[in-house]
Design a protein around this ligand. Structure first.
Ligand code: IMP
Length: 441
């Protein structure tokens, strides 16, 4: 084994986001010293249920709920000041004060009002071909980063920050107007932003050095991926993707640690598939109701699984488990183990089609094609597994799962070649089967 930091863990979504990473991370964070977000921004929505109380985190690492964890927002994250302060204030009101244990990378880019205005204008300009973004300004902020023009959290320490912000907003307003959007009211934006920025300033730090020090002190670190591999800007269903690398690559560039320090790569997979926003989705099931008022299968799963966006509230598109996408994501990221979530949502299903390959122009393929036109045409090839038609809700032991549910899990392991170590059977922390190596097939 060549990787150092073997007690460190990386949690990645292996589908189109919303796999249930929040719960997995929350559990792993219990034994973690440092929790780290590495990419994305307030477009994420990680739901954690503790003692029946639901918390949705967008920008902060989900591990914040464990009081001993130091929380790092790494350089690869794009930070919207208002979103960060709002989230911190909400947590504080619930007794979780982060002011001394949260650090924001001085290299993290700021999501500014111009980015949100550009996001809205760009989506409007695209019409029917819109990406269906979260409108959180994520894409335009990463564009500004790559254009080498944006402001970073470290710039908050500059005594001339206000003038630089004013100049930047002025320049970005030209772009917004060119796209037919609504220019930002610069003085209004400054008045709103500067007090928030003053509150963020004490949190700004050289987080890469903090992480190196933590590694040298042999601290246990947990790297929290946001979105999912199929939304990765390089490997996802481009252009219907987010604007960051959502896999292991993003963890490395977004934290400042090397691949040797990542430890175990845990891929989170929902027992079926969902995606929110536009873009191809080979296993998508019909929504709505038929003429007799009967719910279509996609709608049934959506309602049973509560599949509505944690950030935008949008209904998620639902489908059967797509193991072509999962296998692709495992290969790209060297996934060591799978955390399977929401198994209980499939409880009533009499049979469970699982997509094991795609057919493209009469040819069977087992990978995700790059071209959108190909991906839009692929037909899923299903293997139909028997359902278990009994409740797995809250089950904690492997041996208490119905045999057909065990077979479903074993099928995922055989097809992906990756062990399923952890199975979610409900929203709460306790509704989890943790499998010891000996119990696995
Ligand atoms: P953006 O990240 O807001 O630019 O949105 C780009 C695409 O990624 C859209 O289809 C969004 O719905 C999707 N997306 C972004 N963040 C998440 C997430 O956390 N979960 C699921 N989908 C997401």
């Amino acid at each position: 084994m060549s990787r150092q930091g073997l007690h460190n863990k990386v949690v990645l979504g292996l589908q189109w986001g919303d796999e249930g990473k929040g719960k997995v991370i929350d559990q792993l964070a219990e034994t973690t010293d440092v929790v780290v977000r590495c990419q994305g921004g307030a477009n994420a929505g990680h739901t954690v249920v503790v003692g029946g109380h639901k918390t949705v985190l967008h920008l902060l690492p989900s591990g914040v709920l464990h009081p001993r964890a130091t929380c790092i927002i790494g350089n690869g994250v794009v930070v919207e000041p208002a979103a960060l302060i709002q989230e911190m204030d909400e947590l504080k009101a619930n007794g979780c004060d982060l002011s001394t244990r949260l650090k924001v990378s001085d290299r993290a880019h700021l999501v500014l009002p111009c980015h949100k205005a550009l996001d809205a204008a760009a989506e409007k300009a695209k019409g029917a071909a819109k990406v269906g973004t979260t409108l959180r300004g994520i894409g335009p902020c990463y564009m500004d980063k790559m254009a080498r023009t944006n402001l970073r959290a470290g710039d908050l320490l500059d005594p001339h920050f206000a003038e630089r912000l004013r100049a930047h907003l002025t320049q970005q307003n030209h772009l917004i107007l060119a796209l037919g959007g609504d220019a930002v009211d610069i003085e209004g934006a400054l008045a709103g932003l500067l007090p928030l920025c003053a509150r963020i300033r004490p949190l700004v730090a050289d987080t890469a050095s903090l992480l190196h020090a933590a590694a040298a002190a042999d601290k246990a670190m947990l790297f929290e991926g946001a979105q999912g591999v199929m939304l990765d800007v390089d490997y996802g269903t481009y252009p219907y993707v987010t604007s960051s690398n959502t896999g292991v690559g993003g963890v490395i560039t977004g934290s400042g640690l090397s691949h040797k320090q990542l430890g175990e790569i845990i891929g989170v997979v929902k027992a079926y598939t969902t995606r929110v926003g536009g873009g191809p989705f080979p296993v998508e099931l019909p929504d709505g109701t038929d003429a007799a008022g009967k719910l279509a299968k996609g709608e049934e799963i959506r309602q049973r699984g509560g599949e509505f966006g944690a950030t935008t509230g949008r209904p998620r598109r639902c489908g059967w488990l797509d193991l072509v996408a999962v296998k692709f994501a495992c290969r790209l990221n060297g996934v060591d183990s799978i955390a399977l979530t929401k198994l209980d949502i499939l409880d009533p299903e009499p049979e469970l089609p699982v997509c094991i390959a795609y057919e493209l122009d009469g040819v069977q393929i087992d990978t995700v094609p790059a071209r959108l036109t190909d991906l839009a045409r692929v037909k899923p090839i299903y293997e139909v597994l028997p359902g278990w038609k009994s409740s797995t809700s809250g089950v904690q032991n492997w041996s208490d799962l119905p045999l057909a549910a065990q077979a479903y899990v074993a099928f995922i392991e055989r097809t992906t070649g990756v062990p399923v170590k952890w199975i979610g059977t409900g929203p709460g922390r306790e509704a989890t089967v943790v499998r010891k190596a000996a119990a696995r097939a």
